[in-house]
Design a protein around this ligand. Structure first.
Ligand code: PLP
Length: 392
């Protein structure tokens, strides 16, 4: 199996698995218990909190563990709305993950007004559009760091500055950025989001564990009411094993961030060139690559993650191509994994190129640390075969 779908999820690293094991077996206490067998697990949670905080340049006490980024995204938006009961407007973009979009659509039914900011053909946002959208009625702006389908990066530092200047709370879904680009929310030099969401399974921790950063003094009220866990900000007995795993994975991600780009970008570029083709070098040395005819990149060429490429295969339905690739044990996708079992075409590519059929004829490839250049060669050959078969 060759997985080229790491924006859907990533494998748990052996060291992450090892770090979790004791809390499934011998150390199964409840961290809220007063006796040592349970209470000593508080230290495990606090170590992991410090590791996650360090990944994003935050202080430990500003990080809450959640069950996933869907929860973090919902919790942040809800907290911002509760803090501003008189303000009934939300700003977001047309290309956010469903955990933001579907929540915003639900809020519309409850009487909120939502602006879904457009993106251009390269998936980029116009800051002037954000400036114009924000009014005195705006309670919160939710704009992602990196797009899960195209890898396109939004200018989050500038977005945060605009929101600050207008006195509007800013939530950033940083799920796809974690472990791939430097995240720094520190007060002096970092980007000043009020809330920032993460999930462990996109950077080699298990599924079912997430985190939410809440800037000191930014308003927060619980999303889940219950016990005093997480300083009363999120009730529910902590999942010590998964928290320990997310901490270990965050430590790994921080330490290996420079290697990530170096390892993954050349593979992504080779995959992209194999499919899109590339021109003969200007010095005339070496040949160009023909690539597969009628293919087109979706997303800005440089302002995007190093691991992702989103390509339209004109005239070929995404699902047909994915089935043939699956038969060759190659995993890729036609958008977010969360919507893979629905009939919907990609809302992200549709927002970029609404007039074309691109949103039904695209494939998202997203590479990861365990891929090799050999995997890429195999995948390019498989894509070529599949496209030929579908055209014949
Ligand atoms: N936000 C983005 C950008 C994502 O890519 C995902 C997962 O695909 C999520 C949020 C939701 O994450 P989780 O599966 O942890 O709820």
């Amino acid at each position: 199996m060759i997985c080229l779908d790491h924006n859907a999820t990533t494998p748990v690293l052996p060291e992450v698995y090892e770090a979790m094991l004791p809390y499934f077996t011998e150390q199964w206490g409840n961290p809220s218990s007063s006796y040592k067998f349970g209470a000593k697990l508080k230290t495990v949670i606090e170590t992991a909190r410090a590791q996650v905080a360090e990944l994003i340049g935050a202080q430990s006490r500003d990080v809450i563990f959640t069950s996933c980024a869907t929860e973090s995204n919902n919790a942040a938006i809800q907290a911002a709305l509760k803090a501003n009961p008189g303000k009934r407007h939300i700003g977001t973009s047309a290309v956010e993950h469903s955990s933001v979009l579907n929540y915003c659509m639900t809020l519309e039914k409850e009487g909120y007004r939502v602006t879904y900011l457009p993106v251009d053909r390269e998936g980029l946002l116009k800051l002037a559009d954000l400036q114009n959208a924000v009014t005195d009625e705006t309670a919160v702006v939710s704009l992602m760091w990196a797009n899960n389908e195209t890898g396109v990066l939004f200018p989050v530092k500038e977005i945060a500055e605009i929101c600050r200047a207008r006195g509007v709370l800013y939530h950033c879904d940083a799920v796809q950025a974690a472990g791939k680009v430097t995240i720094d929310v520190s007060r002096d030099s970092g980007m000043q989001a009020d809330y920032l969401s993460l999930t462990g399974h996109k950077f080699h921790a298990p599924k079912g564990i997430g985190a939410l950063y809440v800037r000191r003094k930014s308003p927060f009220s619980p999303y889940l009411y219950g016990g005093h866990q997480e300083r009363g900000w999120r009730g529910g007995t902590e999942n010590v094993a998964l928290i320990a795993g997310m901490g270990k994975a965050a430590e790994f991600a921080r330490k290996h961030l420079p290697d990530y780009e170096k390892k993954v970008r050349p593979m992504r570029d080779a995959l992209e060139e194999g499919i899109l083709g590339y021109p003969r070098p200007s010095d005339g040395r070496g040949a160009g690559g023909e690539g597969i005819p009628n293919t087109e990149l979706n997303g800005h060429k440089t302002q995007r993650l190093a691991n992702a490429t989103n390509i339209t295969f004109h005239g070929i339905e995404s699902e047909a191509l994915l089935i043939l690739l699956d038969q060759e044990a190659i995993c890729a996708s036609s958008g977010s994994a969360c919507l893979a079992d629905s009939d919907e075409s990609s809302h992200v590519v549709n927002a970029m190129k609404p007039e074309s059929a691109a949103s039904r004829q695209m494939i998202r490839f997203s590479l990861g640390l365990e891929n090799t250049l050999e995997d890429v060669d195999t995948a390019v050959a498989a894509v070529q075969r599949a496209v030929k078969a579908l055209q014949s």
